[in-house]
Design a protein around this ligand. Structure first.
Ligand code: GLC
Ligand code: GLC
Length: 812
């Protein structure tokens, strides 16, 4: 069952019922101001940091769900009222449609003769949301309606706002001037920022105090002011400041009226904070309001946003006979990659924006997915991340985007972290050829006195593994590797301890075969970087460490039919046929084969065959099998989840693409694509009632076969799944791979495919690549021509001439 459809021409997903199985959301904002918008206008916005600069309130885990948003109420002559976005009034609409586009959302609701459209987006280079509301009269009578707007301010720090009521019920302050309500809580003291909500049309009334507007025991669905049809003109004084306008709108038959609202954020210079005693300086806000005084300006800004996306998405364009594949590759997967870049794992409907800031491993992996779109922002992100690295090569696990400083609360010691920095830097250099990034001076521990060049950071990342090997010569795991829930040094028996930060063992025994596989795969990139910049001795030494690691993986990290997952603190195998539960894990089967371990000697193929045999389901591959059914103190959080959920044998979509990539290493294109389809949201659209999350973006997890709700997704949007699936499909399956000195063509596809075409922008030229597969093979190139001339090899040169080059590839 579906709840909408893809409109590929407009790059929109069109939702046709407000009652989706879960709020289906979208994001807006590309630079510093960001918004989450559900299909019923729920959600919130923030400036840079979802925790520290939250602009509007949102209630996670509320009943009903999705509570808090940009709400509009249309009150008709007879006193009946409804919301054009369905929520919050939730009165049945005669027509409803939500169009989630790239960076904007348009929701239309119609009831009787009145139609209401709400367009919400963050314009480019603008610290605010614009709401364009169009009310139309479809009938033959003149209508007089009253429109109310509503948003609720968050008192900036989202955590404090939800917890510190003894203080913040007394701090709220606003100013009201004309059609604008200014939120200035704490501005008198240390804050130099405020927010505002304005309308371009004269108001009939306003409210800024929540109790006055809503009434003490009403809900958002029936605010007392709307019930009575009259704003209170309230001025908030403590409690909960809000912003609401009301308007009297007369509509002739067939007429429509547009009101533009701006919900903005302003930072003032501390020396220029006030325009009079305790009156905020509103100059910047007025400029922002002025910018969208006319609805035409809104349309232009939306057009500009669309062009921006045209540009970003023009860099990798697939033309195949599979429309689902085209829409994922050309639109939604790339879009999700940009969102994960902006958000890391901070703010979604599952991430509260309070907990985590930007993750070191997460953000490095996100770069793999969007680097081709905005390489200069990848560069900046790499340097920010590297600055949170520690002197021994380890890294802070997270940092706050506002301060860019590593979080002390969680610290470091996740031993996979440093390697991801090498991988993201390699991806960036391959995309751009910018080896100069390696010369950038970057602090350790955010301390400029401890700066060294980025290459030094990569070196320390590499040696962080080499210097932390365990009894089998495999990498020590630390608190955890990629799998945050495999906590081998934790041994926690207290329910309130964090699995991530509790360490009760010295960490000298437990080893990770995943980090070993990563070390081989990513270490090879390190070697290639060294060779490219003339660090030959270093390359040679690194190769030797990699060779030894490969040997140790095959000797101690292989279990006969698949790769082991780890050794625990007792030196016992994890992910072995000897274990009662948790016999085989997905991560090492993917990464070790991607790294080429056991490819020549057969272990690799056996490992992947075992993955299909033991991990595969109709909805993708589970993370581990059999699931843990009891708590294993020596394994940690993984065994805390009920079987089939999250890391305990959920289908963790992030590492399914590792298997896809690994399958292409073996040349098995059919298998790679079979798995791609299983977890790819567009192919799952038809089972939206089972999948339940948005059919246009990946979710972190789909419940595994041991779960009662097998096939149901969770934690949509913010997941490394986005980046890795884009890498898997665009580079490993469709086979267009940027490399240090050219663009490599190496497809690995289902045999039945006849061919496809990819237009790839790469270092200043466009490669128009047609791939045909007359002999129906999965891998291998029979001939290749560039601009009509025969070409030897499969590494296309860097043209950099701003021209389009035709590349014809015949497989066989
Ligand atoms: C979450 C985390 C990520 C981790 C994964 C597996 O998605 O954000 O860092 O690798 O879970 O535990
Ligand atoms: C929990 C989750 C895991 C996530 C981690 C982040 O362990 O299961 O997916 O990475 O929290 O803190």
């Amino acid at each position: 069952m579906r709840y909408g459809y893809f409109d590929d021409a407009n790059r929109e997903y069109v939702i046709t019922t407000p009652e989706t199985p879960s709020p289906w959301i979208n994001y807006s904002g590309n630079q510093e101001f960001f918004s989450l918008i559900s299909n019923t206008a729920g959600g919130y916005c923030f400036y840079k940091d979802a925790r520290l600069r939250r602009i509007t309130r949102y209630r996670y885990n509320n009943v009903p769900v999705d509570s808090g948003g940009r709400y509009f109420y249309i009150r008709e002559e007879n006193g009946e009222f409804w919301s054009p976005t369905w929520a919050p009034v939730r009165k049945k609409l005669d027509r409803y449609e939500c169009r989630h586009g790239l960076g904007y959302t348009r929701i239309y609701g119609e009831k009787g003769d009145i139609g209401g459209e709400v367009l919400i987006f963050v314009p480019q280079d603008f610290n605010g949301e614009v709401h364009k509301v169009t009310i139309s009269n479809k009938g033959s009578q003149t209508r007089n309606i009253r429109l109310f707007s509503f948003i609720e301010w968050c008192l900036w720090n989202a955590y404090d706002d939800m917890t510190n009521f003894q203080r913040n019920f007394s701090t709220g302050e606003v100013e009201i001037e004309n059609n604008t309500i200014y939120h200035k809580t704490e501005y008198r003291e240390r804050r130099n920022h405020y927010a505002f909500y304005s309308a371009n049309t004269d108001v009939a009334g306003f409210d800024s105090d929540r109790y006055e507007f809503i009434g003490r025991y009403n809900g958002f669905d029936a605010p007392q002011a709307v019930v009575e049809g009259k704003s209170r003109n309230s001025v908030a004084d403590g409690w909960s400041p809000i912003a609401s306008h009301s308007f009297d709108i007369m509509l002739q038959p067939g007429e429509q009226k547009v009101i533009v609202f701006v919900l903005g954020y302003v930072e003032n210079d501390p020396d220029d904070k006030w325009e009079a005693y305790n009156v905020i300086n509103k100059k910047k806000a007025k400029k922002m309001i002025e910018r969208f005084a006319d609805p035409k300006q809104v349309d232009e800004a939306l057009e500009e946003l669309k062009q921006y996306w045209d540009g970003l998405l023009s860099r990798y364009v697939l033309d195949s006979s599979d429309e689902k594949l085209n829409r994922m590759v050309n639109i939604w997967n790339q879009y999700q990659c940009m969102v994960t870049f902006n958000m890391s794992r901070s703010a979604s409907y599952f991430e509260s924006g309070i907990g985590r800031g930007m993750g070191f491993r997460d953000s490095n992996q996100d770069i793999l997915g969007f680097v081709h779109q905005i390489p200069h922002r990848a560069r900046e992100r790499i340097l920010d991340l590297a600055a949170t690295q520690l002197e021994d090569g380890g890294a802070y696990h997270q940092y706050q985007p506002l301060t860019k400083k590593g979080n002390n609360e969680i610290g470091g010691n996740f031993n996979d972290d440093p390697l991801w920095l090498i991988l993201s830097t390699a991806a960036y250099i391959k995309e751009t050829g910018d080896f100069n990034i390696l010369e950038e001076m970057v602090p350790y521990d955010n301390d400029p006195s401890k700066a060294a060049n980025l290459f030094d950071h990569l070196r320390r990342s590499f040696y962080h593994v080499v210097n932390n090997l365990g009894p089998h010569g495999l990498p020590l795991i630390g608190r955890a590797d990629w799998n945050d829930c495999l906590n081998l040094n934790c041994f926690s028996t207290e329910p309130d301890e964090s699995f991530q930060t509790t360490e009760s063992k010295d960490g000298k025994v437990a080893e990770s075969v995943l980090i070993a596989g990563m070390f081989v795969y990513i270490g090879n990139e390190y070697v290639r970087i060294c060779e490219n910049i003339g660090e030959y001795e270093e390359a040679k030494a690194a190769k030797e460490h990699i060779r030894k690691m490969k040997e140790n993986i095959l000797k101690y990290g292989y279990d006969g039919e698949w790769f082991l997952r780890a050794y625990n603190d007792f030196g016992e195998k994890v992910g072995s046929k000897e274990n009662e539960e948790g016999k085989i894990f997905i991560e090492t089967q993917g990464f070790c084969v991607m790294a080429g371990v056991g490819v020549e000697t057969g272990e690799a193929q056996k490992a992947l065959d075992s993955a299909w045999k033991y991990l595969d389901t109709e909805h993708g591959m589970v993370l581990v099998n059999p699931a843990y059914t009891r708590y294993h103190v020596e394994l940690g959080e993984i065994s805390s989840y009920p079987p089939g959920y999250k890391e305990n044998a959920g289908i963790f979509c992030h590492n399914n693409p590792w298997i896809m990539c690994a399958e292409t290493v073996l040349g098995r294109g059919d298998k790679a694509f079979e798995l791609y389809r299983k977890i790819c949201p567009a192919y799952r659209e038809e089972i939206s009632d089972v999948h339940r999350m948005e059919p246009y973006v990946y979710s972190q997890m789909i419940a595994g076969k041991d779960a009662r709700r097998h096939g149901e997704a969770k934690n949509s949007w913010l997941t490394g799944t986005a980046a890795w699936n884009f890498v898997a499909i665009s580079q490993f399956i469709l086979g267009i791979k940027p490399d240090y000195h050219g663009l490599v063509i190496d497809p690995c596809i289902p045999k039945s495919w006849d061919g496809y075409r990819v237009t790839r922008y790469f270092r200043g030229a466009v490669y128009d690549i047609t791939i045909s597969n007359p002999n129906h093979v999965s891998k291998g190139i029979r001939s290749l021509t560039v601009d009509g001339k025969e070409f030897i090899g499969n590494v296309l040169p860097i043209f950099g001439d701003g021209k389009v080059h035709k590349v014809e590839v015949v497989m066989g």
